[in-house]
Design a protein around this ligand. Structure first.
Ligand SMILES: [Zn+2]
Length: 327
């Protein structure tokens, strides 16, 4: 800024060509990368990454958690495995001692809901009182908001603690919190109950199992997963992310598992999933069996990243999913 003001001053003081030269000067690009992680606390398995505008990514052994801090208190997206929850709460308390007012679950897997009870107990129900806190209440703890399918999956698994206390079943559920909207967007595919959680003011999305760049997608067909829904949800995620410069920066995405990402990263991942789905489909259309397709290794060029065994599992899931759709 100071440099460009000086240049402008020189330009004004001299002849026209200097002004033209000044016009060619591009403004400095703001940094596209968020700041580095905070130093990990000794004995803790979690690493805290400041993302933007008081939204943090907490990265633990089982996956990522998003925390937003503001005037109303804390919103927490996902709660990790049960065994990591006390450590997680300790790490959240390093950031703020304000009450946890909301918990959002992006899906029903234990890696995302296991800590619900422990994290909710550290919270306070903001919507209690006259409005009530939904179906079950939460003993005064923070309300837990998720797609209704999350509740169904947990009940099917005979899990009765840490259940969502507020559920939604429409395409999108918006909550106004900390001076801006947080949107839960239904994004099925991994299973039937996944959501994207978007901090709209900070322009940060917690993607849960819609996007995990450290592994192949997992299509949990027994819980309503589908490769077609999965790709649609990945494309939905791309549609709501806006790059800042050269497909980098802009909307930041906290994956369910793996490193902080931007739209360019998700585009590459989507392309991979599309290539593999298309290969499996083309082989199915030629009448090949699952064994033949697996032997042809449709994931061969990505297996060095994610592992050949995981590739075989993914191919089997695509095959099963597409077979069901064809019925
Ligand atoms: Zn997950």
């Amino acid at each position: 800024m100071i440099r460009s003001l000086l240049l402008a001053g020189i330009a004004l003081a001299s002849a026209a060509p200097a002004i033209a030269q000044h016009d060619l000067e591009l403004p400095a690009q703001p940094p596209v990368l968020p700041p580095p992680p905070m130093a990990a606390q000794e004995g803790s398995d979690w690493v805290i990454y400041p993302v933007r505008d008081n939204v943090f990514m907490l990265s633990g052994p089982s996956g990522n958690v998003a925390v937003q801090i503001g005037r109303d208190g804390l919103a927490v997206v996902d709660t990790g495995e049960a065994g990591e929850a006390r450590d997680l709460v300790t790490q959240i308390r390093r950031l703020s001692d304000k009450p946890i007012r909301y918990i959002f679950n992006t899906g029903s897997d234990a890696a995302h809901t296991g800590g619900n009870t422990t994290v909710a107990a550290g919270g306070v129900d903001l919507v209690g009182g006259s409005e009530g806190s939904g179906l079950l209440g939460n003993g005064g703890g923070a309300p837990i908001l998720a797609h209704e399918q999350v509740m169904f999956h947990l009940l099917e698994a005979e899990i009765y603690e840490g259940l969502p206390t507020l559920t939604y079943f429409v395409e999108q559920k918006d909550v106004h919190f900390n001076g801006g909207p947080i949107s839960l967007i239904h994004a099925p595919g991994h299973n039937s109950g996944n959501s994207l959680a978007m901090f709209r003011r900070a322009d940060v999305v917690a993607a849960g199992d819609v996007y995990a760049p450290d592994r192949y997608p997992f299509i949990d067909i027994d819980r309503g997963g589908s490769i077609t829904d999965y790709l649609a949800s990945l494309n939905h995620l791309i549609a709501i992310t806006v790059p800042e410069f050269n497909q980098q920066g802009g909307t930041l995405v906290i994956p369910g598992h793996g490193r902080l990402s931007d739209e360019g990263d998700i585009g590459e991942y989507r392309d991979m999933v599309t290539f593999i789905r298309d290969r499996v489909k083309a082989m199915m259309d030629r009448g090949m069996s699952l064994d033949d397709i697996t032997a042809a290794r449709p994931t061969f060029d990505y297996d060095p990243l994610f592992g050949a065994d995981a590739g075989d599992v993914f191919v089997g899931q695509i095959y099963r999913s597409l077979s069901q759709e064809g019925e």
